[in-house]
Design a protein around this ligand. Structure first.
Ligand code: NAD
Length: 455
């Protein structure tokens, strides 16, 4: 049985039957049988059904946003934003899939044609996180289904009601339940899925689980993609015209979704010449955040989705303060049945502290003073992760010169915590392997087949 709790109240809101080894095997077998017929449909037909799913999502947007907020605690407006963003991603895939699957003739001469066709991977698993459950799930199941694969979708145990609601809309839109089954359960159920000889494992979640999955499935030699965590840095140079505006942007990048974003800003470095003005403005921004009931309009910070993360944050604060950091805001839980943590700002931090090294995944940030660009670049690279990095500067050349040497999948100049369907989303180092989104994120679900045709 999987119990679903509302993190804002602690109340149990659902109890769901979890999958077992037998039900998983049956779903895999049904998917294997149904996938060839799904792949044999004309692309236009599969696109039409995905587009109909989009219409269903749009029509149920308020209901889905309420479900999402009830199980992950995301403020209602941020749930709506995620759904609207998902529709934009679907539109991108619908527009670009034809080009991605188009066959290519790469040589045509007397008696010989060399040709590439694009084939679906087959039957794949989509093991997914809870923080943006619709984004990270649909980055996989939209393009995979569109290009003819079957997807065993395992939503996070913290976002299963949302996963089930979306699958119901998919079936209503004409996507066969057999090619898009939901696997219900926690890590133990995910583990059972790893025993299946599937054609691909597409995972979004923590480094630890991703590494484990990679090792477990290696024997079948499936395609493996891992979209993992980050410790994303931002650097504010001394030529920014308006440190207060930069502080507002970075406070949003650090605290949106209570900091539970893979690309949330997790460390800030500020040039000593603008440090004081920046920190003052940043603290004002944070003090103005409305924290509380995620269903109340205007709430900006809701509860943490996983209660256990409160311990991680307490530990990071205690460690930082013990090593000489100054606590400028928050630093403690908010009493009550919900898993709330006060937005927390630490200054006088350094890299001996966990808050500057380990993923926090909560409403907490360390701000460190630096003397020059070289020191900032060195500190930004002082991590095993490599998801995103941001530089704020009046000069694009200066920002690009610094970012060129920072090892990440995504680089931001004068922005942060931003994902575009048109750009590939990927990590370096412990932030993962493979990618989603962009036209590359459609090809990720295709196997290019070589044809040597003589005659
Ligand atoms: P998690 O690793 O705890 O769980 C992710 C999924 O893996 C869940 O569905 C879980 O049930 C499943 N799982 C757990 N143990 C398993 C096992 N042994 N075998 C198979 N499946 C198993 O991560 P989470 O807490 O859901 O997500 C938070 C993490 O995800 C953060 O580190 C965050 O940065 C990362 N994330 C990354 C991206 C990205 O695009 N790079 C996006 C969102 C979240």
């Amino acid at each position: 049985m999987l119990e679903v709790r509302n993190p804002a109240t602690g109340a149990v809101i659902a109890a769901l039957a979890a999958d077992t080894a037998d039900t998983i095997a049956a779903k895999v077998q049904a998917a294997r049988q149904a996938q060839p017929a799904w792949a044999a449909l004309p692309l236009a037909e599969r696109k039409a059904r995905l587009a109909a799913l989009g219409e269903g999502l749009k029509a149920s947007l308020e209901e889905l946003a309420a479900t999402l907020t009830s199980e992950v605690g995301k403020p209602l407006q941020q749930s709506r934003n995620e759904l609207n963003g998902t529709l934009a991603r679907l539109a991108f895939f619908l527009e670009h899939v034809d080009a991605a699957v188009a066959p290519e003739t790469v040589l045509s001469e007397a008696g010989l044609e060399e040709r590439i066709t694009q084939e679906p991977l087959g039957v794949i698993a989509n093991i997914s996180a809870w923080n943006y459950p619709i984004f990270v799930g649909s980055n996989v199941y939209f393009p995979a289904l569109m290009t003819g694969s079957a997807v065993l979708y395992k939503p996070s145990e913290y976002a299963t009601l949302t996963g089930l609601a979306i699958q119901k809309l998919a079936v209503a839109a004409g996507i066969p339940a057999e090619v898009f089954p939901v696997i219900v359960g926690g890590g133990d159920v995910g583990q059972l899925l790893l025993e299946q000889p599937l054609d691909g494992f597409f995972f979004t979640g923590s480094y630890g689980t991703g590494k484990h999955i990679n090792q477990q499935v290696a024997g079948h030699l499936p395609k493996v993609q891992l979209e993992l965590g980050g410790k994303d840095p931002a650097y504010v140079t001394d030529d920014v015209a308006d440190p207060a505006a930069v502080a507002a942007g970075l406070a949003d990048g650090a605290f949106y979704n209570a900091g539970q974003s893979c690309c949330a800003v997790e460390r800030i470095y500020v040039h000593t010449r603008v440090y004081d003005a920046f920190v003052d403005a940043f603290l004002k921004e944070v003090a103005a955040f409305k924290v509380g009931d995620p269903t109340a309009e205007g709430t900006y910070i809701g509860p943490l989705t996983r209660r256990a993360q409160l311990d991680v944050l307490d530990d990071q604060v205690a460690d930082a303060v013990a090593r000489g950091a100054t606590l400028r805001a928050g630093g403690k839980r908010i009493e009550g049945p919900g898993a709330f943590y006060a937005p927390t700002v630490l200054t006088e931090v350094d890299h001996s502290m966990k808050v500057m090294r380990d993923e926090s995944f909560g409403p907490i940030i360390g701000i460190q003073r630096v003397q020059d660009d070289a020191e900032a670049a060195r500190l930004m690279n002082d991590t095993a992760y490599g998801l995103t990095a941001a530089v704020y500067s009046a000069t694009r050349d200066r920002a690009e010169a610094i970012l060129r040497d920072v090892r990440t999948g995504t680089a931001y100049w004068n922005c942060c915590d931003r994902v575009s369907p048109r750009l590939p989303w990927s990590g370096r180092g412990h932030s993962g392997v493979g990618l989603t989104l962009s036209h590359y994120g459609i090809k990720a679900f295709l196997h290019p087949r070589a044809w040597h045709l003589r005659g």
